[in-house]
Ligand binder design. Structure first.
Ligand code: HAM
Length: 420
């Protein structure tokens, strides 16, 4: 039997209402902040991500789904959306229409990571990207949107962590200071961290290995080596967040796994989802547009993992959805003769925007009633027998038990009763 690919998941009908709830909050919140939806293709040229995210990041060096297509082009299933949004922004000269562009998206992403709860190989992100302003107001706005969506979902145990990575010049200076500090301990570092020592030293802070963290305990911190502009920018972001009542903590070791960040970075974590606790992450990337071939344009954004968020919601029992009900179930009392009539009746009420179902399996009246109850039908219409011969049907309100005999052709009256 052919099964789904490791690290991918089917989203079955019973889970869809939760996804729709999440999606509707995402659409609503971004609309409130006047972000416009953007959709980009599932795959892009590999070079976009290699250049955008950085060759030495985990994503590019070991997680991308890259393949050569029949015209010998190297393509990659998108592992994240920021590079694609920036590519679209440059390609369509969107800055020519307006100086500030605010985008949002909901899309599947692909990374070949080791699957576990909250970590998949095809997963879904929603996120937002604001391109065209270096104002710290936008850094705060991006964090506020992420926080508000999670709060709107009823999540309580949230931890907002923020940091500043400064600009490349101050970061470069700091990297040599960190290198000097770690040099004596290099042989005691884990294999992964030893590799990062040479390729991407900041990422050593991300190590989950205790002995690495012990060595980092007294390491110099980037936040103490920030340039003045980044420092001021960070102060303003913190002030706005405080004034907006968004609780946050400063985490000087928050480095993020993508190379494009400048100044503010942030993550929101949940204590309720085990080891994969980062529900979302993002930050400012003032150099990315230029790096990908556009006019220098500052940007800031975030992305959130939808599977992880729904896991957190399930663990906190934070989403309570009303039962899905059928408006009308038509019970056929006189099966063979009335089949086509029942089909037509169902169709009539479906065109009046009611959720209507009936029996397609030639079942007994008792079995049809069982089905109506299982579907939580609000009304049942009985069609057949002497009533039908005299042009009438019985409509039963399943909540009150009240029954009415109605002319079969009085569709508006029947629809009005059901819609009330
Ligand atoms: P990221 O931190 O790589 O950032 O991913 C954002 C979120 O996607 C994570 O916090 C996590 O919730 C979710 N996620 C990542 N990988 C997986 C996975 N394998 N399975 C399930 N969920 C996952 C970015 O992607 C940046 N593009 C964010 C950004 C936007 N920065 C600026 N603008």
């Amino acid at each position: 039997m052919i099964k789904s690919i490791t690290g991918t998941k089917d989203i079955l009908p019973q889970e869809i209402p939760l996804w729709k709830r999440l999606e509707s909050i995402v659409h609503q919140m971004f609309r409130n902040f006047n972000y416009k939806e953007i959709r980009t293709p599932i795959f892009e040229e590999t070079a976009l991500f290699a250049r955008g995210i950085g060759e030495d990041t985990d994503i590019v060096s070991k997680e991308m789904y890259t393949f050569i297509d029949r015209s010998k082009t190297s393509l990659t299933l998108k592992p994240e959306m920021t590079a694609s949004v920036v590519r679209a922004f440059i390609e369509h000269s969107l800055d020519k229409h307006q100086p500030l562009n605010k985008f949002y998206y909901i899309s599947p992403m692909f990374r070949q990571e080791r699957p576990q709860a909250g970590r998949q190989r095809q997963f879904h992100q929603f996120g937002g990207e604001a391109l065209g302003s270096s104002s710290p107001l936008l850094d705060a706005e991006i964090i506020e949107i992420a926080y508000c969506i999670l709060s709107e979902l009823g999540l309580k145990d949230l931890n907002v962590k923020i940091n500043s990575l400064g600009v490349p010049e101050s970061r470069q200076k700091y990297k040599s200071i960190l290198k000097e500090y770690l040099f004596d301990f290099k042989n005691s570092l884990s294999e992964d961290s030893r590799r990062r020592f040479d390729t991407n030293i900041l990422r050593i802070f991300d190590s989950k290995i205790e002995s690495d963290q012990a060595l980092l305990k007294n390491a110099p911190l980037l936040i103490d080596y920030l340039d003045n502009e980044s420092k001021e920018h960070f102060e303003i972001v913190k002030n706005i967040l405080s004034q907006s009542n968004i609780p946050f903590e400063i985490d000087p070791k928050l480095v993020r796994g993508l190379d494009y960040y400048t100044k503010t970075t942030f993550e929101i974590l949940s204590a309720k989802v085990g080891s994969q606790s980062a529900l979302c992450g993002g930050g400012r990337y003032d150099l990315l547009v230029k790096q990908l071939g556009g006019e220098p344009t500052p940007g800031v954004g975030f992305a959130a993992g939808m599977e992880r968020i729904l896991l957190a919601c399930a663990n906190e029992n934070s989403i309570i959805l009303p039962d899905e009900k059928v408006d009308l179930y038509i019970v056929n009392l006189d099966k063979v003769v009335l089949h086509y009539k029942v089909y037509k009746l169902a169709s009539t009420f479906r065109h009046k925007n009611l959720i209507v179902d009936f029996d397609y399996l030639n079942r007994s009246v008792k079995a049809q009633m069982r089905e109506a109850n299982k579907l939580k039908a609000r009304f049942v219409m009985f069609v057949g027998g002497d009533e039908y011969k005299s042009g009438k049907i019985t409509l039963k309100n399943m909540e009150t038990g009240e029954q009415k005999l109605i002319e079969i052709d009085n569709f508006s009256l029947i629809a009005d009763i059901i819609k009330k």
